[in-house]
Design a binder for this molecule. Structure first.
Ligand code: ATP
Length: 430
């Protein structure tokens, strides 16, 4: 498909067309933060909605939650994050630059000043953003911006059991912000300090974790298909024991061929009963599950598919970026699928100084907007050719043009982004 796309092309299109901008750009930016413009926010929402529809709405065994970002510090002590959520940090003794030791291209050479053999011994750097809740800043008021959404699910597991008592296996799903003080944020939104996760904790009988794990491998792939990712660019990596997170007994990373190389798109982990057991032991609350109609009780085990919105979005942009030539001119377009494209239809009057065309086009615009709220764009700037180019660049699948024939026979021109072919259709058929 599209393996030779360059990151600069994606970043430049995203900026030029109002998808994604550097965070706090007017003040020189804040590293590792990104702001979404009108089209970016719609694309991101379309991805999150797709995920929610597939994994929550379409299933009877899934429940949604939305937990607070700030949580009692005991959550992060019990989960092991206070002690072990760290990355190895080295400092260059020449320029004082700080880097993540395991991500250096050359472990002996400073990527900033180019000096060699100047790194300090690696120190473990905790990636959680620490803060204080309330007006007194002492050890008791310490809290953290959550580094994963998962803990907000585990802490609500008992609430869901008490209010819904679902049969096993069942899942809790959450979409929301996560924060990590990454030592070296880089590669556009791929490694940010503030990002969004879509996570599921799927609770299973301890003897049956394997079948649920396999089920989620299939489900993850179904989601990649729905995103329109080329399957040959997605790879499964069985993560060796030493590289797994402290809570995991088995992890598969799904990697994608990004322009920056093959990197993690999302992770699927078997978290055992690690988290619920910690809560059980530390909170004094019983986290055991009793199988209905029997005396069998146990702490459920957990399969966790953890998706990053930004990495999904970046994979979607990279997979859909295309360049071709039309009438001797270079054209850039995003071959986004209909359900992801921020703009589903652009509507134009052929000439903007003909009131009868404008009026008819406004009618078509209003009726399409009812069908696709927020995803129909009015575009009467420049000539038709320019409008098509602009819409191609933002991935609009079809442009609808109202001309004089429309007034006669109720048909419009529908122009296809990928083939650039134009067809006449009756308005009601769109
Ligand atoms: P990496 O090894 O790339 O740092 P990770 O293994 O620490 O990632 P997880 O803890 O498994 O990541 O987080 C689950 C998902 O959250 C990741 O697969 C990714 O999609 C997303 N994610 C994690 N860290 C970031 C980040 N800094 N920026 C954007 N997305 C992230």
């Amino acid at each position: 498909m599209n393996s030779d796309v360059k990151l600069e092309d994606i970043v430049s299109l995203a900026k030029r067309r109002g998808f994604i901008w550097q965070g706090s750009e007017v003040y020189g930016g804040l590293r590792g933060t990104w702001d979404y413009g009108p089209l970016g926010v719609q694309l991101k929402r379309n991805i999150m909605n797709l995920w929610w529809q597939m994994f929550v709405d379409a299933r009877d065994d899934m429940y949604g939650v939305d937990a607070a970002i700030l949580m009692n510090q005991k959550v992060w002590q019990a989960s092991g994050h206070v002690d072990t959520f760290t990355d190895p940090l080295v400092e260059c003794s020449s320029c004082k630059g700080r880097f993540r030791a395991d991500k250096l291209d050359d472990p002996n050479k400073c990527p900033t000043c180019g000096e060699t053999d100047i790194f300090s011994e690696p120190k473990q750097f905790n990636m959680m953003f620490k803060t204080n809740v309330g007006p007194v800043a002492d050890e008791n008021s310490v809290s953290y911006l959550r580094p994963e959404t998962a803990q907000g699910i585990f802490t609500n597991y008992k609430n869901v059991i008490d209010t819904f008592y679902p049969d096993l296996p069942f899942g809790l799903a959450q979409v929301g912000k996560a924060f990590r003080n990454e030592i070296s944020p880089r590669d556009f939104v791929f490694r940010s300090r503030e990002f969004e996760q879509m996570e599921i904790e799927f609770f299973v009988h301890p003897d049956r974790w394997q079948e649920s794990f396999d089920h989620w491998v299939t489900e993850c792939k179904r989601f990649f298909d729905a995103l329109g990712l080329d399957p040959s660019m997605v790879h499964e990596l069985e993560v060796p024991k030493d590289d797994r997170a402290h809570y995991s007994k088995r992890t598969i990373d799904f990697e994608f061929d990004y322009p920056i190389g093959r990197e993690e798109l999302m992770g699927l982990a078997y978290r055992t009963d690690f988290d619920l057991k910690n809560i059980h032991d530390n909170s004094g609350k019983n986290m055991e599950y009793r199988v209905k109609g029997s005396d069998e009780t146990f702490i459920p085990h957990v399969i966790e598919p953890s998706f990053g919105v930004e990495r999904a979005l970046m994979a979607v942009l990279c997979s859909s970026y295309r360049e071709d030539e039309q009438n001797g001119e270079k054209r850039v377009y995003l071959a986004l699928s209909e359900h992801l494209a921020p703009v589903r239809y652009a509507v134009s009057p052929l000439l903007k100084n003909k009131p009868e065309l404008v009026e008819k086009a406004r009618e078509v615009y209003a009726s399409l907007s009812k069908k696709y709220p927020g995803r129909v764009m009015w575009d009467d700037n420049g000539n038709i050719g320019k409008r098509y180019r602009r819409q191609d660049e933002i991935g609009t699948p079809e442009c609808v043009v109202i001309d004089f024939d429309t007034l006669e026979d109720g048909t419009v021109t529908v122009r296809d982004r990928d083939t650039t072919k134009q067809n006449r259709k009756i308005i009601e058929e769109i």
